[in-house]
Design a protein around this ligand. Structure first.
Ligand code: PEP
Ligand code: MN
Length: 651
């Protein structure tokens, strides 16, 4: 806090100001700045600025620190990631987008069960629903109370969805705590401090809605109440504020998202339903929220909105919710995130590769969770980013020096899974990695992920664009930033094994005239500065990574967090005899069964000049039997047939 003392202040006035501040726990330091005499107050003191302003001799008072501490980014730099539910895979925050959906209110057991089924089917991961409804009118439907919560719990359990529900009083918080996975504090109760203290003291995750007329600071102070009372897990929810505009129910404050993400480490989600209040406007507002950096959404969905007992006009039909989920999935990589999906319980990839892990004496299930997933490169590599997107930020991981070493680590059981780049949207297939599959027939593809690649020019703290003479990166990094590099013809380019290795070498050498082209995460991991961001020529720059695993007796395990229940894509490699129509005969097997070919590429067979292998990706149709038949027939019509794996395609 800074107190500017007025020119007319007496020695006694100044002494009274000092005493006032010291009594309230501040440490003070005085100095003159130009004409002004200033008393600076720091430390953990608490004072009422208005009261201080009224003291004789005070000209002006300015706050210099934030009134909230536990919620502040200054206190905790990294993002808080909140786990919801006992299973542990539903998380909010970090690099994922988490979708909460369900009706405004629980109306009956059938209604919440039916809605939960739709939510689950479309990819929502948390079920919402009010059992206690704070309604503007006392005559409106008030919710089913504890009975409604019992129905919600049953629906959540039936469909593998953790639940969130609103709590309206401290007494109810205690009665509800064993029935819900997360509490919601409604907009109207954001400043009900007794409620905040009680709910915070239970130590469970809390979704805190922003009050309709609350400033961002007031909202963060309410979060501070929860954090100070005992919970670490608070999610902030922007749900529209009161403005002069009456067309929409409230005004969605999109700008609050980047503002709060900078001020606080807590996850920020958006409720587009209560913000706009009109069904047709929910999806555009939802997508805008994701584009602005929201960590997720809470959306109202009802199987028959026309019959809803509350908020029908803003509730989405299940088909609209499904469409919104698909759009979010497509948008997620643009903002550098991944839509979180719930694996189906006991997920069994159908058909060819059921999940069984038999390492030594342990038979069945997936590889032990403590086994790391392997990637090639140093910390901050794009492959590590992809790995964290798939397995979570906290997952154990192992950086190895080459792509081949990733296969080795998975094969010898040092790693449970591996993450490999196989294709870039601009530069095409990474053939050396594809070829590894042929040398490692015991390794299978079990999943894929597409990661948007944003390149940065990275250098030492003291480096600047003007004094750089050498740039290091992977050749792909140079190729993807060609236009930017062309503007600096004097720079000498040095190729490295991968982009993060280039960054690490600069950090090791402390070089100030060398820069690297790599991702922002590599700069962070090695304590270097981003000199320029977004230097890739084409912003639509994506790399496709595959997740690999070891087959045990022809079977592969399902990676945790990935939905392998219904694989919709498969990859295979084969060669054909050198005679007319042999490739055509293979493709005919697929086309006759309505199987879509999404990729076909030929590669020379090493050691057999002018003979080729075909790399084929196909979409698995709903009629899986037809697909299995096609594979059986392909085996008979081809040579060197390798089935690389079946998995869920990433958009
Ligand atoms: C709700 O989410 O059901 C609700 C009542 O929202 P809000 O508190 O934001 O009005
Ligand atoms: Mn509602």
């Amino acid at each position: 806090m800074i107190v500017v003392v007025s020119e007319s202040a007496s020695a006694h006035d100044k002494e009274m100001i000092r005493i006032y501040l010291r009594d309230r726990g501040f440490v003070i330091r005085e100095q003159t700045l130009g004409e002004d005499e200033i008393i600076g107050a720091s430390g953990k003191g608490v004072a009422d600025i208005r009261e201080l302003s009224l003291l004789p001799g005070v000209m002006r008072v300015a706050a210099t620190s934030k009134p909230y501490e536990l919620a502040s980014r200054e206190t905790k730099g990294e993002d808080t990631i909140v786990t919801v539910g006992k299973e542990g895979f539903v998380k909010i925050g970090g690099s994922r987008i988490t979708i909460i959906a369900g009706p405004c209110a629980v109306e009956s057991k059938e209604q919440i069960m039916e809605t939960a089924a739709h939510v689950r089917e479309s990819g929502g991961v948390i079920l919402r629903g009010g059992a206690f409804k704070p309604r503007t009118s006392p005559y409106a439907f008030q919710g089913l109370g504890m009975q409604g919560l019992e129905y919600m719990k049953a629906a959540g359990e039936a469909f593998g969805l953790p639940i969130v529900t609103e709590v309206v009083s401290p007494e109810l918080a205690l009665r509800m705590k064993d029935l819900t996975d997360m509490f919601q504090i409604g907009a109207r109760n954001m400043q009900n401090f007794e409620l905040l203290k009680k709910v915070g003291s239970l130590g469970m995750p809390v979704l805190l809605k922003r009050g309709p007329s609350a400033t961002i600071e007031e909202w963060l102070l309410s979060a501070e109440y929860l954090l100070a009372s005992g919970t670490k897990d608070v999610i902030l929810c922007e749900r529209g504020i009161r403005t002069f505009e009456t067309y929409t129910r409230n005004t969605l404050d999109i700008s609050a998202i980047p503002v709060v993400k900078a001020l606080s480490h807590l996850p920020v989600i958006v409720d587009p339903s209560h913000a706009v209040g009109i069904r047709a406007k929910v999806a555009p507002a939802a997508l805008a929220a994701i584009a602005a950096g929201a960590d997720g959404l809470t959306v109202e969905v009802h199987p028959r909105p026309g019959e809803a007992l509350s908020d029908g006009p803003q509730s989405l039909y299940p088909e609209q919710f499904e469409r919104l989920m698909r759009d979010i999935e497509a948008l997620a990589p643009v903002v550098g995130k991944e839509l979180l999906r719930t694996p189906r319980p006991g997920a069994v990839p159908r058909g060819l590769v059921p999940p069984v892990w038999t390492a030594g004496e342990d038979a069945g299930g997936a590889p032990p969770a403590e086994l790391p997933a392997a990637f090639s490169g140093e910390s901050g590599a794009f492959a590590e980013q992809a790995l964290m997107r798939i397995f979570g930020e906290e997952a154990p991981r192992l950086g190895v020096p080459s792509f081949r070493a990733v296969f080795d680590a998975v094969l010898d059981g040092t790693a449970g899974f591996g993450v490999m780049p196989v294709e870039n949207s601009l530069a095409g297939s990474i053939h050396e990695n594809y070829d590894l599959f042929l040398r490692y027939p015991d390794i299978a593809i079990v999943g894929e992920l597409k990661l948007r690649i944003v390149h940065c020019l990275i250098g030492d703290e003291k480096a600047s664009l003007e004094n750089i003479s050498i740039v290091r990166s992977h050749p792909q990094g140079f190729a993807q930033c060609r236009e930017f590099l062309d503007k600096h013809p004097n720079w000498q380019l040095e190729a490295c094994n991968d982009t993060a290795t280039a960054v690490a070498s600069i950090a090791r050498e402390g070089a100030t005239k060398v820069a690297a082209i790599a991702g922002e995460a590599a700069a962070k991991a090695h304590g270097l500065k981003v000199l320029r961001t977004g230097i890739e020529t084409n912003p639509l720059n994506y790399t496709r990574f595959v997740i690999i695993s070891r087959r045990n007796g022809g079977k592969v395990p399902a990676p945790p967090g990935l939905d392998l229940d219904k694989p919709n894509k498969a990859s295979m490699v084969f060669s054909v005899s050198d005679e007319p129509g042999s490739l055509f005969a293979c493709l005919k097997i697929l086309s006759e069964r309505g199987i879509n070919l999404s990729k076909l590429e030929s590669r020379p067979i090493q050691g057999r000049p002018w003979e080729y292998l075909f790399y084929v990706d196909v979409s698995i149709p709903h009629t899986e039997a037809a697909f299995e038949e096609a594979v059986v027939e392909l085996r008979t019509k081809t040579r060197d047939f390798h089935f690389l794996g079946s998995y869920r395609a990433s958009l």
